[in-house]
Design a protein around this ligand. Structure first.
Ligand code: ZN
Length: 207
């Protein structure tokens, strides 16, 4: 038994909720998550919140190296590239509010699978609306960047690390950051505007 203090959001990368629910009940697959949210917004509670589930795999966030032991895993039914349904977002927000209240989980501790495993994972995909849920108190975002002046000595990789990312593979960390905070998929270096956003996100994370 443990008290969860972190929430990891996934997409299932499967074709249907039925397929996912079946996968999670087969012991040989050795995968499970606490919640599955189907396309129509139905929420299936699969594993007791106080028990550890196997959804995160190898990963790291800040100083946390055993993510499964401290987290709740939420799988959203999605083939890996499609948009998330409004019904799913509404159910997700209700579930996140319930978890935040029940376990007193800090706003910053609502993150995605890719955030903890940038070299292996890309979920939830680029269509996931992090800004929307951050405005409701789940996960950090950033403020207006119009008048942001990035200091000359600003170190982007250090900022990513301080936000929580494992920066061992710097390309993977940057890619993950851009997917989430700039809805920009692909291996691209940080532009001047990206650096502004990263600086603003870092300021937010350091509050
Ligand atoms: Zn995942």
């Amino acid at each position: 038994m443990r008290k969860p203090n972190l929430v990891i959001i996934h997409h299932t990368a499967q074709n249907s909720c039925d397929q996912t629910l079946k996968t999670f009940t087969l012991t040989r697959t050795k995968v499970s998550a606490h919640y599955v949210i189907c396309e129509d917004g139905t929420v299936h509670h699969m594993v007791n919140d106080y028990l550890r589930a196997q959804h995160a795999g190898l990963g790291k966030w800040g100083n946390i190296t055993d993510v499964n032991s401290s987290s709740i895993g939420i799988e959203i039914d999605n083939d890996g590239s499609e948009k998330f349904k409004e019904e799913q977002m509404i159910s997700l927000e209700l579930l996140l509010a319930q978890l935040k209240r029940a376990y007193n989980i800090p706003q910053a501790n609502f993150i995605g699978h890719a955030d903890i495993a940038p070299t292996r994972k890309n979920d939830p995909n680029v269509n996931f609306d992090w800004k929307r849920i951050a405005e409701k108190g789940f996960g950090n975002w950033y403020g207006d960047t119009t008048n942001v002046q990035v200091p000359a000595d600003f170190k982007p990789m250090l900022a990513l690390k301080m936000i929580g990312y494992d920066i061992k593979d710097s390309t993977a960390a940057v890619t993950t950051f851009k997917r989430k905070f700039l809805q920009n998929e692909g291996l691209k270096p940080l532009t001047t505007n990206d650096k502004k956003v990263l600086y603003a996100a870092w300021l937010e994370a350091m509050k």
